[in-house]
Design a protein around this ligand. Structure first.
Ligand code: SAM
Length: 283
């Protein structure tokens, strides 16, 4: 029997596909395409290796913004139970339908907005999200998935390198901020690779980075997450100020900070994710 990987190999090349469909990138949709299968295969291989997996056998994968389908081909060639793609651009939906013509039910196509989709209750687990994210909505998408992270086994996501640097930044670093705290409290994060702008069509001005997120065992409640967001919004809203000033609207804040050993002269970036969590439990 012909394997899915073999069926994928009978498709026209990615560059031919883009030409056949006249797929000029649209800036408004954050489109920078990867047309080199070596790179998309490498992203999937590194992600699987880091998870000690040979392939996605019996697992469900969701891809956001498949575009011309480079990552889509690489995912399908690694044997998922089913791949669901969500794409806003109808030109790319036509390309997805070509792939579906080869692989049938293995590929589910949703023509819609990923910000409105809830993958955490779709299909059964294990579930994986993979995406070369549209850069203009990468952080809102990530925050939505982080809040539901126990529904997923992994997120393999490409960001602009400066966003990846913010997500992984340690305490006291200039890049450390709200997204670092939420990400690091909820996930183990591995940087899989950095990608040169010339690998994309069109080439963006800056490098990109692929991060792998896997949920940590400590589950945070909705209340804890809301309180962390409230605290970090106040603290980083006045990043240069001491927390004596930036957190003064929180009742009895001096006493609460002293219970967990946070000095009132600290600035937002000097407080660790664990300290924000401890404080969130007191408010
Ligand atoms: N995965 C492709 C690749 O690597 O070549 C394309 C990546 S491109 C950076 C981002 C893709 O997300 C585009 O195909 C774009 O049309 C799509 N997109 C943008 N906003 C979206 C949204 N809100 N929901 C779903 N897809 C979206």
């Amino acid at each position: 029997m012909t394997s899915v990987a073999e069926l994928i190999d009978t498709l026209p090349s990615l560059r031919e596909t883009v030409e056949n469909h006249g797929l000029m990138a649209k800036k408004a949709l954050g489109q920078n395409f990867l047309l080199d299968r070596n790179i998309t295969d490498k992203i999937i291989r590194l992600s699987l290796n880091a998870q000690n997996k040979n392939d996605f056998n019996n697992e469900f994968v969701y891809e956001i913004g498949p575009g011309p389908g480079g990552l889509t081909r690489s995912i399908l060639s690694n044997n998922p139970q089913k791949l669901t793609v969500v794409e806003m651009d109808e030109r790319c939906i036509a390309i997805m339908n070509e792939i579906k013509g080869k692989v049938g039910e293995k590929l589910e196509i949703i023509n819609g907005d990923a910000l409105k989709e809830n993958f955490g209750t779709k299909d059964k687990s294990p579930r994986h999200i993979i995406s070369n994210l549209p850069y203009n909505i990468s952080v809102p998408l990530l925050v939505g998935w982080l809040k539901d992270i126990q529904s997923f086994s992994s997120l393999t996501l490409m960001f602009q390198k400066e966003v990846a640097d913010r997500i992984t930044a340690p305490t006291k670093c200039k890049d450390y901020g709200r997204i670092s705290i939420l990400s690091q409290l909820l996930c183990k994060i591995d940087r899989l690779l950095d990608i040169n702008p010339n690998c994309f069509v069109p080439a963006p001005k800056i490098w990109s980075s692929v991060l792998l997120f896997r949920p940590l065992d400590n589950i945070l409640t909705e209340k804890q997450i809301n309180n962390i967001e409230k605290l970090t919004s106040l603290a980083f809203g006045q990043r240069r100020k001491m927390i004596r000033q930036s957190l003064k609207s929180i009742p009895d804040i001096e006493n609460k900070c002293s219970q967990i050993g946070i000095l009132m002269t600290s600035r937002a970036e000097e407080i660790t994710p664990q300290q924000y969590l401890a404080l969130a439990d007191l408010i």
